[in-house]
Design a protein around this ligand. Sequence first.
Ligand code: AMP
Ligand code: ZN
Length: 467
Amino acid sequence: MGLSFFNTLSRSVQEFKPLDASSKKVGMYCCGPTVYDFAHIGNWRTFVFGDLVRRYLTFRGYDVNHVMNITDVEDKIIRRVRETKTTLREFTGQYETAFFDDMKALGCHLPNVTPRATEYIADIITLIEKLIARGIAYKANDGSVYFSIEKYRGCGCLYGQLQKLNFDEMRVGERVASDEYEKESLADFALWKAYVPDDGEVTWDSPWGKGRPGWHIECSAMSMKVLGESFDLHLGGEDLKFPHHEDEIAQSEGATGKPFVKYWLHGAFLLVEGKKMSKSLGNFFTLRDLLAKGFTGREVRYLLLSAHYRGTFNFTLDGLTGARTALARIDECVGKLRAFGPAAATAPQSEVVTRFTTALDDDLNISAAWAAIFDWVTETNKRLADGSFTVAAAATTLAIWEQINSVLGIGAATETEAPAEIVALLEARQAARKAKDFKRSDEIRDELKAKGWVVEDSPKGPKLKKL
Ligand code: AMP
Ligand code: ZN
């Protein structure tokens, strides 16, 4: 089997074959953040997993259109807007900006499209109208529009595709208006929520009166608008399987009569010190909390990428210290290779890349991928120690590393993490400049360049940057 993923829809590992077999184009939708607070480390596990899938598909030659929505209107947000006496845009804007800053700090590629729910209200309304026209949605006495699970099933559609639902034990037919509801209730859920005074200014006109969309319909409308009625991949944390993703399928397939998504991938949860994260337990971390403790985004990324996405991950601060040590091992090895000069433009076939690819093809078996990488580090260190590297061999070895790193995204060590030899050269250059020995300082600059580093003078002093 080539590249394969565990598809929640089939409950099995399946070979990945895009819907459009004639091209390499892949549409991938990841449920994005609800911007009512800073994203926590659990959220980041899921988003970094999405980034890994996107990077790996790209590495395997696919042209990925990565879409991640911004949920900027739902129950929690409206409550916080009311409490903080701000406007919706002001309130969500600050957390949206923080989200993208954190994403960059974690070395994630920005998604190609990041639709905001509030900018897709017209599409949401059109989708609800389709469901009403097909008899699957109805306006209730409370003025809201609900999705009828009974009518949907009556059309021969399957509710409960991602998770086996027991219709006999569950209460069918009741209605739920809230965005997040109990897993035990198999109820008609709100597509459009009629205006209530608590909504304040957060309201839009619709054919059913003033109101706002439900959370589930937002994702159906945005994903289909950007990626089409059927697309390849849909990702999210495991908690979203039901009701959120089940409802997305029902709304989309109910409206179009076509299969919505081919592969559903769900990341398992992150626990902290073995417990569910909660503010009251004091084990709740945002990325900012960890940066304030002196850890870096790449250390956090490394740790989040150290375990398989389908296994529950136990996050600990000791684990982060371990990530620092592991990265230092890689950085030292790669730093020594860089000291020979820049990477070659192309990488030759190599055992490490073959092992890495075989591992990740197998439903992203990241542990086997890391094992291949650390064997490569050991082997490379041996060759460095016995002096057997030529400049050309170092350049191609570096190119191999860059190929691998295009998937891992753990970047390069920052200027402060430059090898000691390079830092010593920078210091010597500074001393020469101070002594007004510009000839010597230029020579050192050239020497640094030959070793793959440039010095950039800034008002804060010189900075080392990799070529
Ligand atoms: P939210 O901002 O609450 O909509 O969540 C954004 C993403 O984070 C969703 O895909 C959730 O499934 C995921 N998520 C929430 N909590 C955790 C956790 N503890 N571990 C892993 N993923 C999580
Ligand atoms: Zn969603």
